[in-house]
Design a protein around this ligand. Sequence first.
Ligand code: ADP
Length: 246
Amino acid sequence: MIEINNLHKSFGSLEVLKGIDLTLEKGKVLAIIGPSGSGKTTLLRCFNLLEVPDQGMMKIGEMSLQFQQGNGIRTADTLALRKRTGMVFQSFNLFPHMTAIQNIMEAQVTVQGKSKAAARSRAAELLGKVGLGDKADAYPHQLSGGQQQRIAIARAMALDPDVLLFDEPTSALDPELVGDVLKVIRQLAAEGMTMVIVTHEMRFAENVADHIVMMDGGVIVESGPPEQVIGNPRSPRAIQFLNRVT
Ligand code: ADP
């Protein structure tokens, strides 16, 4: 589903991604872990072109993109890629003036051209799936952070993406609200949704991911199944990081 070769990205003179290689099969869950500032979010944002890589190759589903500094990406390619990738942000980013159900309907109508009735019916189904069937008409400010994040997940699911991308989905939440959000993500994993999750929750990563990559300083320092990366890391930088956080 995802294949990335030699991906590079700099901000000015700061090289944040220094040649990333990755593959992820359909239906699998990839967790990206590592210290703050190591490039995790930048890598995730490259997957839907919120950041445009300077160099390298990226394949998502049928779409293949080659990056070269100075060469822009066609708008059509950006839009096509964004339809295939749903993004869930750390700070939810719901539309504040829309109710929960309107948030989930919006892109179905504007991007997919669905009728309002069809969009509403799909949105209601997704609300039920994230356990918020009774919150359809609530505005974001009337909901807890955990509930807002579950609405954001439903919104990302509404376009039936090939891949769901999560950028530290629980780090803005009070500890007691984390569990409900992780439960929804776990349920999606069990249903075979392909997902990439940047997370600080080591136990969750270990538990939900099929594959974990650990980044440090813009490179992947460890890559493999959870039992290897977290249970038996080899690189000194990975061992040091895990000793600090677990
Ligand atoms: P992580 O997610 O691992 O904490 P990030 O990908 O957010 O790391 O950031 C990696 C580095 O890139 C950091 O030094 C950060 O300050 C820098 N960075 C991220 N986004 C930008 C940007 N838009 N402009 C300039 N520097 C950025």
